[in-house]
Design a protein around this ligand. Structure first.
Ligand code: GMT
Length: 381
């Protein structure tokens, strides 16, 4: 199959999922064309089946805002037409699904009917799509896609209750590439972070408000008052400065390490003892799943799709949003007893294995074939 993938090239979330789907499908022999405004972070090796088409920006004195959507639509038209793509898979509804609709309409004037699959990731529905400024376009573009998937059952329900959805939404979970997430033992990292054998708490996110990183720090403050512990904060974003200030205010700068954006997050997760994800909203929680794949139990909020990933009392614990007392209690209950810790570690890993990319990619392949057949009658082997 010749597949076009449109995504945000940024760290975390939808961009990572989109890149890994593309790379996985390329490994399985498909020709994959990424269309983005920058090289996606995880597209860092040459691969014979992978092509990258960057959307060029064009400055003109008249533009206060560069019309990126127009440039993206033109690029989609070009790539579909000249690379003879079978399908376009767009990640994140705003603006990708809307732009795909425009590209599809233009391509129809060239007698090409390109099937469009849209994957909804979470904030494109909960924060952005449901906002008044985007609502009508989000609803229209979901309904105009030929196929729509969500990354959890909860996000499917949320989409259906937010919009007037005329499509049958398919749930296809996010996944783990175990080739990458094979547990690596980086003892020198452990020594650098926790020189006296302290426990290591970790959090990975894009430091947006929705992630409640301040709650991570509050949980850590309570835990480290009882147990020698260090905190690794991985990622970067709008809340980072405020978080640094908070660490200074509570006098824990020496115990908390801000590591910024990291490519090989699995090497850091491998030395961690517990992952904390207290988000206000989380349609899936890929960061939690990645931790679990490294045998790290998760204490998270009980919001959105998190209960589909983190099994309460087994792979970690689910707590009410903002309840940092209970989160700290749960962290301590896991870390204070080595046998309990090992039981949670094993269960986290076992549950993560049910999200193996090797099981998910064939689901996408079958879904693409179904949508292609519905749209233009082509039957692909
Ligand atoms: O919030 C983020 O981390 C980024 C965001 C995105 O779309 O890039 O993540 C969403 O998609 C991820 C991949 O499907 C999910 O694992 C996250 O749960 C989801 N974030 C939210 O719903 C807040």
């Amino acid at each position: 199959m010749k597949i076009g993938i449109v995504c945000y090239p940024t760290y975390g979330g939808s961009g990572v999922v989109a890149t890994e789907i593309g790379l996985g499908l390329a490994k399985r022999g498909h020709e994959v064309h990424f269309i983005t405004y920058k090289r996606p972070a995880r597209l860092n090796h040459f691969n014979t089946n992978v092509y990258l088409h960057e959307v060029s920006s064009f400055d003109y004195p008249l533009f206060e805002y560069t019309p990126y959507e127009t440039a993206l639509a033109s690029k989609m038209v070009d790539v579909v037409k000249y690379e003879e793509l079978d399908i376009l898979h767009v990640h994140y509804a705003i603006p990708h699904a809307a732009v795909a609709y425009m590209a599809k309409k233009i391509l129809q004037t060239h007698n090409i009917d390109i099937p469009i699959v849209t994957t909804l990731h979470g904030t494109d529905i909960t924060l952005v799509g449901s906002n008044k400024s985007f609502f009508p376009v989000a609803e229209f573009s979901i309904n105009s896609s030929d196929g729509v998937t969500t990354v959890s059952n909860q996000l499917k329900r949320k989409t259906e209750s937010t919009f007037n959805v005329e499509k049958d939404i398919r749930v296809i979970y996010n996944f783990i590439d175990f080739e990458r997430f094979r547990k690596t033992n980086k003892d020198h990292f452990k020594k650098a972070i926790a020189p006296d054998g302290e426990k290591i708490m970790v959090h990975v996110s894009n430091f947006r408000k929705v992630k409640r990183v301040d709650d991570v720090i509050r949980v850590f403050q309570k835990v480290q008052a009882q147990l020698p512990c260090k905190l690794m904060l991985i990622g970067d974003g709008p809340e980072r400065e405020k978080m640094e200030e908070l660490c200074r205010k509570i006098g824990l700068c020496n115990e908390i390490r801000f590591l910024g954006k990291q490519d090989a997050v699995e090497e850091l997760l491998a030395v961690a003892d517990i992952f904390v994800l207290p988000s206000q909203n989380e349609s899936f929680g890929l960061a939690a799943l990645e931790a679990m794949a490294c045998e790290v139990p998760v204490v998270s909020s009980n919001i959105g799709g998190l209960p589909e990933v983190n099994i309460d009392g087994k792979t970690g614990y689910l707590c009410e949003v903002g309840d940092t007392d209970t989160m700290a209690e749960k962290v301590l209950s896991i870390l204070e007893n080595p046998e309990t810790h090992q039981r949670f570690r094993t269960a986290a890993f076992e549950h993560a294995k049910t999200f193996d990319i090797e099981n998910i990619l064939p689901v996408y392949e079958d879904y693409y074939k179904e949508i292609i057949k519905n749209v233009n009658g082509k039957v692909l082997a």
